[in-house]
Design a protein around this ligand. Sequence first.
Ligand SMILES: Nc1ncnc2c1ncn2[C@@H]1O[C@H](COP(=O)(O)OP(=O)(O)O)[C@@H](O)[C@H]1O
Ligand SMILES: [Mg+2]
Length: 399
Amino acid sequence: MAMSDNNYTVLISSRQSEMLDHLTGLLAEEMSHLHLQKRCVNNGHIDPLHDLPAMPDLLILHLSERWEGELQELAHHSSSERPPTLVIGDTQNPEVMRLAMKAGARDFLTEPVDQQELIAMLQQLEAEKYQSELTEQGNLTAVINAKGGSGASMLACNLAHLMQVESKQKVILMDLDMQFGSLAQYLDLKPENGVSDALKVVDELDNTALAAYIVRHKSGLQVLGATTDSIRLPNQTPEQQINQLLDLLLTHCNQLVVDLPRMIDRTALAVLKHASKVIVVVQQDFINIKDATHMLHLLRTELGIANENILVVVNRFNKNSEITLADIKESLKPHKLASIPNDYRHVLDSLNKGEPLLTVARRSSICQALNQLQDYLVNDEPEAPKGLINNLFSRLTGG
Ligand SMILES: Nc1ncnc2c1ncn2[C@@H]1O[C@H](COP(=O)(O)OP(=O)(O)O)[C@@H](O)[C@H]1O
Ligand SMILES: [Mg+2]
């Protein structure tokens, strides 16, 4: 189901092709934005949802003389698997009504179908879809490195991909590392419009318009990339705009993963405020740990982000390194510490092929470690977003 556009998809299923044409005509006349699909069920499968490539937002099921089987088949799908259904049939027959309710029917119509009644029902059901999308805001994971080259982009990209594929989440990956955007390379995508373009028109952005700024990876992962031809200077993005963009994105996915630049500018601040989890990526060397100490101090004290929401990830972990995990724990005192092994060969292979690690090295230990991490991010109960930032930026810059 597409969520980056507001093409409300309606599947109309009937055994009579004339009925399909009739209903399509009634709808197209009044609601031209609908994406209508017709399915003429003749012989063979009686299940209106059999073998669909993607679930529609709404099913209009015109019952035939085989209504019993049709409704039973529909009832076999669990309620989370089947779309809301509008049933057209003999509403005078209590058995039809009983079975239809069991199959999760939301509304009923009798023949001949009254156009105004049909339209009213559709408008109602369509509005409900957007209502529920608006109330279910997604989860934001921000990935930031303590020092350039620690692996923040590698992590952001692979975590987002694994959330999408392994945890079946609706994920948007957003590249805010505008000047060095690299997510597109990790996934072999070439976005024509990116974050900075979307920010320019954020006032006019809605579900439909947003689609023009998002590229879809073949895994289903949606990417809002950084384009290099319209570089903005870090502080050029007013917080208001980025907040608006984040709110919009968060109603369109259940996981938003943001690859942040190392520099904490206004944009990064806005993202960190929205984040349910902040991942600080470090490597095992002294400078990294020193920079990470500084970064964590900033996050905890200056930005007021709860320690439970901060994760330290030791990337390119090597158990023989001079600096051990215990040392890192000791000096950074993270609420949660995870490690991702060093795997030069597979990471390079992934970059060269423009394919995520799951695709090039599913069984590798790096992929398994990343998978555990994404599982934690998806399933851990998020803390209430805390830490409103009181004009931190003006204090930092003395402005
Ligand atoms: N676990 C790892 N094993 C091997 N190489 C890695 C690993 N993580 C990152 N790299 C490599 O390190 C380099 C920097 O990674 P990148 O994700 O761009 O860092 P950052 O975004 O923090 O600057 C890249 O060339 C990447 O392929
Ligand atoms: Mg990066």
